[in-house]
Design a protein around this ligand. Structure first.
Ligand SMILES: Cc1cc2nc3c(=O)[nH]c(=O)nc-3n(C[C@H](O)[C@H](O)[C@H](O)COP(=O)(O)O)c2cc1C
Length: 396
């Protein structure tokens, strides 16, 4: 959980400096105390006033600003930080840090801190690929700095190439992951499935369901942020690929089964949040089926029962989306599939179930304990589910 954490956000003189506003805003909204340090060059690109307003905290720009709450207190700021992130990081700051140069408040703070330091480079492709920059990044990596690789895309020069500041979601994800190290799921291997499988009818059509994958992705991210090593086996979704997670993409129930079987032997926990198709066309047509007046009858067969058939020494958690008799149906599934617990959600309730950002679930365990949760954002549901996982792990 990142609320109540203290972060130093270092901003340097890159054209991408404006993007740091979004990082500051998202972290502040998540309850993090954000202390911004800007280099002299960074304030040529964006005003400290913006960050003052976003974070509600004074912004440090000078080493010897006696009016500042943090004047010559780089040590105390560095000590208080749970994490330091420099985004965007110029070639210049990367070179200074690699050389250990104590020039300016940001360099001094990084030298003084014991907190993990994350670096998100942003620069022109040639600057990034230059052996000097690459050597400097390698040195920082060897000193346990976390480098958030830049993306490929449009650069300030107008050219396309490598060097664009990483996606803000990836930067926030990396911060969450680093803060989660040593959490209550540290070193646990957790496999999560997500999304609705697609069962082909012909080369262009398939049968699927309304699953958005949001619940599974929320579980995978929440587990990552509690220190787990996460494998996310996902059917197609429109969600961005989360950072710090081993993502395995599948289409069909059969492919999902194979991926789960590959991942399960190492797993401590298996959480099956995917909506796996129950039926698939017996045979997918090789060519596109033509429209005919007589209509079309499809012959369907059952897909493999992944949840029921998978066995191993792991905590097994299932999901049940029900439109009637929620508790009875979920209990039946719990027994049949030999689960440790099941998360049942009533898909007829408003704002709950497929595609929504919230979910109202009931957790039923194999001892018969029933826990009715209120309507919550999927991320909070994920944490409640993981609380139960932690309980089960402590008993196993
Ligand atoms: C318009 C403009 C854009 C720049 N963008 C970048 C950039 O994206 N990445 C980079 O490494 N340097 C960039 N520079 C060069 C840095 O601003 C320069 O190296 C500066 O000394 C960095 O200082 P700092 O690292 O202390 O913030 C840019 C310079 C200008 C004038």
């Amino acid at each position: 959980m990142i609320s109540n954490k203290t972060i130093i956000l270092g901003i340097t003189g890159s054209i991408a400096a404006y993007k740091a506003t979004e990082i500051a805003s998202q972290l502040t909204q998540a309850g993090v105390e954000v202390n911004v340090i800007m280099t002299k060059e960074a304030i040529e690109f964006i005003s400290p006033v913006t960050f003052r307003a976003i974070t509600g905290k004074p912004v440090v720009t000078e080493m010897f600003d006696l009016a500042s709450e943090f004047s010559i207190e780089h040590i105390s700021l560095a000590k208080a930080a749970d994490i330091v992130i420099i985004a965007p990081a110029t070639a210049n700051i990367i070179a200074k840090l690699a050389a250990g140069i104590a020039d300016g408040m940001l360099c001094c703070t990084v030298l003084a801190t014991k907190a993990p330091v994350l670096i998100a480079p942003a620069m022109e492709t040639n600057m990034y690929n230059n052996p000097a920059t690459q050597d400097n990044l390698s040195k920082l990596k060897a000193r346990n700095f976390v480098i958030i690789a830049p993306a490929t895309g449009r650069l300030a020069s107008g050219k396309e190439g490598l060097g664009r500041l990483a996606d803000i979601n990836d930067i926030i994800g990396s911060i969450r992951q680093v803060l989660g190290r040593g959490g209550d799921l540290a070193d646990k291997d957790i496999v999560v499935t997500a999304g609705g499988t697609q069962e082909p009818i012909d080369p262009v059509r398939y049968i699927s369901n309304r699953s958005s994958g949001k619940m599974g992705y929320a579980l995978a991210e929440a587990a990552r942020d509690r220190g787990a090593k996460v494998t996310l086996i996902t059917a197609p979704t429109s969600l961005p690929e989360p950072v710090g997670i081993n993502v395995v993409k599948v289409n069909t129930a059969q492919e999902m089964r194979q991926a789960v079987e590959n991942a399960a032997p190492q797993a401590d926990v298996l959480i099956m949040a995917a909506a796996v198709a129950d039926y698939r066309p017996t045979k997918a047509a090789k060519d596109k089926i033509k429209k005919v007046e007589a209509g079309l009858t499809l012959e369907m067969e059952c897909t493999p029962d992944i949840l029921g058939s998978i066995k191993g020494n792991f905590i097994k958690v299932g999901f049940a989306a029900e439109s009637s008799n929620l508790v009875e149906n979920a209990r039946e599934k719990l027994k049949q599939k030999r689960l440790d617990f099941i998360v049942a959600n009533d898909i007829t309730a408003s704002d709950s179930g497929f595609g929504t950002d919230t979910n109202q679930v009931t957790i039923i365990d194999h001892e018969g304990k029933i826990d009715d949760l209120p309507l919550l954002p999927k991320r909070e549901v994920a944490d409640k589910v993981l609380d139960r996982v932690v309980e089960f792990l402590s008993k196993s």
